[in-house]
Design a protein around this ligand. Structure first.
Ligand code: PNW
Length: 482
């Protein structure tokens, strides 16, 4: 019953929250309606050359107009919470002036009120990658004026929606924003500076996060009593050979470079981990001993440390780790990936999804235990987990198998390992604009036909399967149910 791979029957507590997630750019469409300004994903898609078939999120699921249909699907499944993001450029189209767009505020006010009326808790992400273009043009996250601009945006969101919202997230996956947006350049705005910008921009984002958390804490908590966190994405990093101490060390180092980059300052001591500081400095290899990793002042550290009420985790897959060698170092661009000096691989025998991702259910249990041991068993909400399929097939047994096995490992982490997990969220409620893969990766509990002007949402088998899991609070023991 305790073994790693056997299916474990177990039920989670009544107050465990089950949900599904989306993000503004991926579902809303209406990219230039009602006063919304251009953001970096609008620009990136319109520019051409970055996205499969040069598709855009101009319309996508059209949730800006069809949000009532979204709530219908949430009700059908019996979701306890719904995670979605606000579009900054809809609410404050020009953050350099700070003028609030009332049409944007009203859109979200109507939507959040209706979600709440359906008995579903809204879980609101302030920033899911869609930076207003004007801020990108003003120096992006390298211009520290953005801290005040982000604070103002957060203030508008907290003051207008705070009475309706219990769960807040300041940023979705700053690792993706900084590394894929400014390191590899695969995501908007497509900048390729892998040695410097990810570190500089992450530094500012961590300050923005802390600023928003402190604003909520001092100004809104007493009135609204919500919970504010950040969502970090991370693979589980396992040693390639667990009997080799250097592989165990490499796995720890990889984790400190990915989830620890943000989590160590926020959840531990206000600063980057020692191993990250050491490895970036040594790979900067400067004559004066300086590092490409910026430093926090003592004031910064005090300001950043402890700025959380829970831990938002996005988890999809696992990597195997061993120390890097010369050939591997030569194969990666100088910068973040080389700095960690880890060679990441997979086990080729792991099952692979039709879209090419490796399915490693025990990694869910592994990463939850990593958070338990490294971050003081802070309450965790899994804010994303899911699997894509290229066709959006309605009989999506393959996706059900993925969700079932990952949720089961989460149940083991809670019931056997005593990990403090308080919620789980499927990515995603409905097929949507999967960034550079556009509509060629479909991860929804609901199918959306993008050729249908009505964009009807159709339940997949996984939606009805998930409904049952929520009602059962997991997987009831077959012995108990006879
Ligand atoms: C997440 N990686 O993105 C995002 O939060 C979602 O918006 C997205 O649709 C979902 O996962 C599915 O892809 C990620 O390279 C993108 O490790 C890339 C990575 C991780 C998460």
């Amino acid at each position: 019953r305790n073994s790693t791979n056997a299916f474990y029957y177990g039920v989670l507590p009544e107050n465990f929250t089950w949900g599904a997630s989306t993000a503004a750019y991926q579902i809303e469409g209406a990219w230039n309606e009602d006063g919304k300004s251009e953001n970096i994903w609008d620009r990136f898609c319109h520019e051409g050359g970055h996205i499969v078939m040069n598709l855009t999120g101009d319309v996508t699921c059209d949730s800006y107009h069809k949000w009532r249909d979204d709530i219908t699907t949430m009700n059908e499944i019996g979701l306890k919470h719904y995670r979605f993001s606000l579009s900054w450029s809809r609410i404050v189209p020009d953050p350099t002036t700070g003028v609030v767009n009332e049409a944007g505020v009203n859109f979200y006010l109507n939507f959040i009120t209706a979600v709440k009326q359906a008995g579903i808790e809204p879980m609101v992400t302030l920033f899911h990658w869609d930076l207003p273009q004007i801020l990108e043009d003003n120096g992006s996250w390298g211009n520290e004026t953005i801290i005040k601009q982000y604070q103002h945006y957060a203030d508008v969101a907290f003051s207008r929606f705070g009475h309706l919202v219990k769960y807040w997230l300041t940023f979705n996956e700053p690792w993706v924003t900084t590394w894929m947006g400014y390191g590899t350049g695969q995501y908007a705005p497509g900048t390729k500076q892998p040695a410097t910008l990810p570190y500089l921009y992450a530094h500012t984002i961590i300050k923005c996060h802390a600023t928003a958390w402190r604003l909520y804490d001092t100004t809104y908590r007493a009135r609204f009593n919500g919970m504010v966190s950040i969502t970090l994405n991370t693979n589980f990093y396992a040693p390639k050979n667990s009997s080799k101490p250097e592989d165990v060390e490499a796995a720890e180092r990889a984790a400190q470079f990915m989830v620890g980059w943000f989590a160590h300052p926020i959840y531990v001591d206000g600063d980057y981990s020692q191993v990250m500081k050491d490895y970036v400095r040594r790979n900067t290899n400067s004559t004066d001993g300086s590092s490409r990793l910026p430093t926090f002042t003592d004031t910064d550290k005090l300001f950043i440390k402890g700025t959380f009420d829970y831990f938002g985790l996005n988890h999809y897959t696992t990597s195997l780790c061993e120390p890097s060698d010369a050939a591997h170092q030569a194969s990666v661009p100088k910068g973040y990936l080389g700095d960690m000096e880890v060679k990441l691989t997979v086990d080729p025998t792991w099952p692979k999804s039709p879209s090419g991702s490796y399915i490693v259910p025990w990694g869910m249990r592994g990463i939850l235990n990593f958070i338990r041991t490294h971050y003081n068993n802070t309450p965790v909400i899994v804010t994303e987990n899911g699997l894509s399929d290229p066709n959006g097939t309605l009989n999506d047994q393959f996706r059900i198998q993925y969700l079932r096995s990952y949720i089961d490992e989460l149940i083991k982490a809670v019931l056997i390992d005593k990990c403090n997990v308080i919620g789980y969220t499927v990515w995603t409620l409905m097929d949507n604009f999967e960034w550079t893969s556009a509509i060629t990766k479909k991860m929804g509990l609901y199918y959306v036909d993008f050729d249908d002007p009505q964009r009807r949402r159709v339940a997949k088998q996984s939606a009805m399967w998930y409904k049952r899991v929520i009602a059962d609070r997991g997987f009831p023991d077959p012995v108990l149910i006879g």
